[in-house]
Design a protein around this ligand. Structure first.
Ligand code: FES
Length: 319
């Protein structure tokens, strides 16, 4: 499980873009520099009542006096973004983790194609700053519902000019971006990065593979994912606690552990962040997360207990 340093920061500035995106500038309480971060990094934000969510750092990685977050007021919010909109006002002190990067830029790339769907622009923006500072060729493709949707548009235009391309949905609600055009030409040193909703991300990655991007050239980050905990009941043997529990049909392992009084650190609860990753000692996981790599999943020695299940009638966890 991950252990990141916790930092208290103050909301120095708050802007709302397009009615549903709040942009927060966070500074340290004592005016000292904040821990450095790489493009693509995120922080855990402690919101309220034990709710912790991951948000990408959208600012310039060269700027060490403030972090910038862009948060969508998601109508399907489970309490996280709605609470941010209501309670995260200028002057408020909040707790965040130190930055962690699960979506890094490949330094060897000679060209980078950055694609964002909606609020997926946040890590893409920090990547654009880093690539511009390094003098490396890049393009940003920003897909939005319509011309009045989205955040950071002025900042993108002012800082990255012709490197930025906006794509708006057509009358059928589909993006006007043609991945096969924006992703070509591809060679061994071109890398593509995409962040956005699950369906968008799957679609772009499929197109990228079709036009010739190898798996090591395709980089992605989900900002939210659907959790599928459907499936038959199974047993979990908790080796350290010496407790056997039953995970009911459609229930998550984390929920069953909680009912048995076994505490598990969790954050996203969507199989995205890796906070709940637990070692597997016996049995075969049914991996449903987006955090472990394909190779790690094949090893079958770790499991995201917030969403994954068991393929065997029982599974033994190091917990
Ligand atoms: Fe984030 Fe399980 S809590 S992957």
């Amino acid at each position: 499980m991950t252990n990141l340093e916790l930092i208290d920061v103050v909301i120095d500035k708050r802007e709302v873009h397009s009615d549903d995106i709040v942009i927060l500038d966070l500074v340290s309480k004592d005016g000292k520099p904040l821990p450095p971060f790489e493009a693509g990094a995120h922080v855990d934000v402690h919101i309220t009542g034990g709710i912790i969510r991951q948000y990408s750092l959208a600012g310039d990685p060269a700027e060490n006096s403030r972090y910038r977050l862009g948060i969508l007021n998601d109508p399907n919010s489970r309490g996280g973004s709605a609470a941010v909109f209501e309670m995260f006002l200028p002057g408020k002190t909040i707790t965040i983790s130190s930055p962690k990067n699960l979506f890094p830029l490949q330094q060897s790339a000679t060209k980078s194609i950055l694609i964002a769907g909606g609020i997926g622009i946040t890590p893409i923006l920090s990547m654009a700053y880093a690539l511009k500072a390094a003098g490396k060729p890049f393009e940003v493709h920003y897909c939005l519902r319509n011309e009045s949707a989205g955040g950071f548009k002025q900042e993108l235009r002012e800082n990255f000019g012709e490197n930025v391309h906006f794509h708006f949905n057509n009358e059928s609600g589909l993006t006007s971006m043609k991945p096969q055009d924006v992703l070509q030409p591809v060679d061994a040193n071109t890398h593509m990065y995409v962040c956005g909703p699950t369906g968008f991300l799957d679609w772009v990655l499929t197109q990228a593979a079709e036009v010739g991007y190898q798996s090591h050239q395709r980089h992605y980050e989900f900002f939210s994912a659907e959790v599928d905990t459907q499936g038959d009941a199974f047993e979990v043997h908790c080796a350290k606690s010496q407790i056997d529990i039953k995970v009911l049909e459609g229930e998550s392992i984390a929920t069953a552990l909680k009912k048995a009084g076994i505490k598990v650190s969790m954050s996203c609860e969507e199989g995205v962040c890796g906070t709940c990753i637990t070692d597997v000692l016996d049995g075969t996981p049914d991996h449903r997360d987006h955090f472990l790599t394909d190779e790690e999943k094949e090893d079958n020695d770790q499991i995201a207990v917030c969403c994954s299940r068991s393929l065997t009638p029982s599974i033994t966890l190091d917990i």
